[in-house]
Design a protein around this ligand. Structure first.
Ligand SMILES: [Zn+2]
Length: 358
């Protein structure tokens, strides 16, 4: 027990950091300037890539400068430790108060980690809706052999311009739906881990994640039609999942056996597909293992236009079978349905065949 009475016992305190401002709507880039002015920021650094600079980065920079802020940008092309260190030295060099991640997962992850490590605020400005990292406090960084997850900060603000996202290549949006639909399975993995492995479980975080999956499944056809309503449903679901991770203090409400399958593919496939595409296909098979209505999951993925077979992922039968057999060992301390059904090659092939994946 702590003898210092002024110091709370953090082992007994569950701390939750959430995004303070979440904006969804059309033509929102000028809102970033307003947020920066509201917060008395004098200097902003934009972390973006070559394409996303044209889509939203340059316009945001001009708006910030018009608003009287000092603003700079830095272009990145990967999410390695070296890139994060470079961005940190730019943040310090420019004395930036706030770091804006503008673009897809990579730019957002690098901005998130860099800002966190030098104690600056961070604003998330996704230009695609391909996965749920846009509002979470976890980030993924490329290690020497595999990516690893690091705890970072929750964004001060998440600014999601539904017009920019509706105009992005649809494949990213469908991938985001795959990352949402699979939560129907991932939450079951977490419940199982709680029941059988005594894992910490938070029903509220689980419900948020599950609800995201239900909303996207129910509204799959309007998302496919790329209506503003449909895109907003997906964006709100992505934010809810980010919040569920912050509440749980872990990725467990959003990442179970379907994610383990996707991580395996990232390691062995010659050309991995998008994260959410792989998780979606994984969830069809993992739902079958859980005894869930796997056909409903497959049909929602099909309606939304996400891959449902190995062929649509651009992968051969052997890769799928191998990924299934190695999935459980990829993160051995994450307890999922794969701990109960040890998949050897034969069982893995049967599962993938039964569900029509191969
Ligand atoms: Zn995911």
């Amino acid at each position: 027990m702590s003898t210092d009475l002024s110091e709370p016992d953090y082992s007994k305190i569950h701390r939750i950091n959430l995004p303070r401002i979440v904006l969804v709507g059309e033509n929102l880039l000028n809102q970033i300037r307003n947020i920066c002015i509201e917060q008395n920021f004098g200097n902003a650094l934009i972390v973006t890539g070559e394409t996303t600079l044209k889509i939203a980065g340059q316009e945001t920079l001009d708006l910030l400068v018009d608003g009287g802020l000092q603003a700079n940008y830095t272009l990145i092309s990967d999410a390695t430790r070296e890139t994060v260190d470079n961005v940190i030295s730019k943040i310090k060099g420019f004395s930036s108060d706030v770091v804006l991640g503008i673009g897809g997962g990579r730019n957002i992850d690098v901005a998130k980690i860099s800002a966190h490590e030098c104690g600056r605020f961070y604003i998330s400005v996704p230009t695609v809706a391909s996965h749920d990292g846009i509002a979470s406090d976890l980030a993924s960084i490329k290690g020497s052999d595999r990516p690893y997850t690091v705890k970072a900060a929750s964004p001060l603000a998440v600014v999601m311009d539904s017009r920019i996202i509706a105009e992005s290549p649809y494949r990213f949006t469908a991938s985001g739906c795959g990352d949402m639909i699979c939560k129907a399975v991932e939450v079951r993995d977490w419940r199982l881990a709680h029941r059988e492995n005594n894992d910490y479980y938070c029903g509220y975080a689980a419900s948020l994640s599950l609800m995201s999956s239900q909303h996207v499944m129910e509204r799959a056809s309007i998302i496919r039609a790329r209506t503003q309503d449909g895109i907003r449903t997906l964006l709100e679901a992505l934010v809810s999942c980010g919040v569920s991770m912050s509440i749980a203090g872990s990725s467990k409400p959003t990442s179970g056996s379907s994610h383990l399958f996707s991580h395996s593919l990232d390691q062995i496939a010659e050309k991995p597909a998008l994260h959410g595409e792989q998780c979606g296909v994984g969830s069809i098979m993992m739902a079958k293992l859980h005894g869930l209505n796997w056909e409903a999951i497959r049909d929602s993925l099909r309606t939304v236009g996400a891959p449902i077979t190995a062929e649509e992922l651009g992968m051969g039968r052997e890769v799928i079978v191998k990924a299934l057999t190695m999935a459980q060992s990829i993160r051995p301390n994450r307890y999922t349905i794969l701990n109960k059904h040890k998949l050897d090659e034969k069982k893995a092939a049967e599962l993938a065949e039964f569900t029509g994946v191969i």
